[in-house]
Write a protein that binds this ligand. Structure first.
Ligand SMILES: Nc1nc2c(ncn2[C@@H]2O[C@H](COP(=O)(O)OP(=O)(O)OP(=O)(O)O)[C@@H](O)[C@H]2O)c(=O)[nH]1
Ligand SMILES: [Mg+2]
Length: 287
């Protein structure tokens, strides 16, 4: 079957396996830390996982908050707290100061289950908390920062963590790092695109050129100035891959624009926050 390059799609096989593994561990943990990408406070929530988690106490982290505007993010924090009834904390995994409160919160959330275990005559044990979320949101980075180590593998692409891994944070807390999971099916292509923008889905699922141009289009409406300034693109030139390629001199032998290379750079610059701070979701107050 010929791949339709404009459509973002992926295969659910390994997702089903990861979900099964997650479900198996769920009975063993006292609480869950759900990590979202702060640039997508709504679209990086995986509703099926939330359903799977059931009544487990849950702490929500809006990670990569350093890549967003704090004031705008605070509106989403309030919305998520109201919607889920869970505490919501913005974090930057590169900054350990931001992460201190997580440890206390995770231990506190686990205490009722540990008390129940002790009531049955068993000895006190460390709190066991599972860290879940979509790929590339920073789950492993948070764990590494908390342990001041490189115990878990991290990387700027989706699907770096392949297996679950327990990490001891301190005598009171153990965290379970898990592979990122995306929804089995993504019928909502707008959401799929947003996930591609922040690198939460594998590059095999989409064309860099199409996604980079869509990113330019989405941000053109809101923040084109930042792009223009970053790529030194004059006002009279349309914000597109070819013009950025020409401006930057990213050309193929023969002089035509190197669209693939330019697209990869645009996506990378956006993902690393070089172009500016953005939140790509919007709050619909009429809902
Ligand atoms: N700017 C910024 N970058 C971050 C932050 N947290 C993680 N990163 C970067 O995001 C990328 C992904 O981080 P990981 O910790 O590997 O993400 P993950 O959620 O474990 O990803 P998977 O294992 O693929 O599910 C890395 O390049 C990190 O350096 C953050 O708070 N701010
Ligand atoms: Mg990981």
């Amino acid at each position: 079957m010929k791949k339709d390059k404009t459509h973002i799609h992926w295969y659910p096989g390994h997702i089903a396996k990861a979900e099964r593994k997650l479900k198996e561990q769920l009975t063993l943990v006292d609480a869950v830390i759900e990590v979202l990408d702060a640039r997508l406070p709504l679209s990086s929530c995986y509703e099926d996982i939330t359903r799977l988690l059931g009544q487990k106490p849950r702490l929500i982290l809006l990670n990569k908050a350093d890549l967003t505007n704090k004031q705008e993010l605070s509106k989403f924090i309030k919305l998520l707290e109201d919607k889920t009834g869970c505490p919501v904390i913005p974090t930057d995994a590169k900054n350990s100061k931001d992460l201190k409160s997580i440890v206390n919160k995770a231990v506190e959330m686990s205490e009722p289950r540990i008390q129940a275990i002790m009531a049955k005559g068993l000895l006190r044990r460390p709190a066991r908390v599972m860290v879940v979320g979509m790929p590339n949101v920073g789950k492993s980075s948070i764990i590494n920062k908390l342990t001041r180590s490189s115990k878990t593998k991290i990387g700027a692409k989706a699907g770096v963590t392949r297996q679950q891994q327990w990490v001891r944070i301190n005598p009171q807390l153990e965290l379970l790092d898990t592979p990122g999971i995306i929804p089995m099916k993504q019928e909502d292509q707008i959401k799929a695109r947003k996930l591609a923008f922040v690198n939460a889905i594998s590059e095999n699922a989409y064309s860099n050129e199409i996604v980079a141009q869509e990113l330019l289009d989405v941000l053109d409406e809101r923040q084109a100035k930042a792009f223009r300034e970053y790529y030194k693109l004059p006002e009279d030139k349309e914000l597109n891959i070819d013009n950025i390629s020409l401006e930057r001199n990213w050309l193929l032998t023969g002089g035509s624009t190197d669209r693939e290379r330019t697209s990869v750079y645009i996506l990378r610059d956006f993902r690393e926050g070089k172009i500016g701070k953005f939140i790509l979701d919007t709050i619909n107050y009429s809902e």
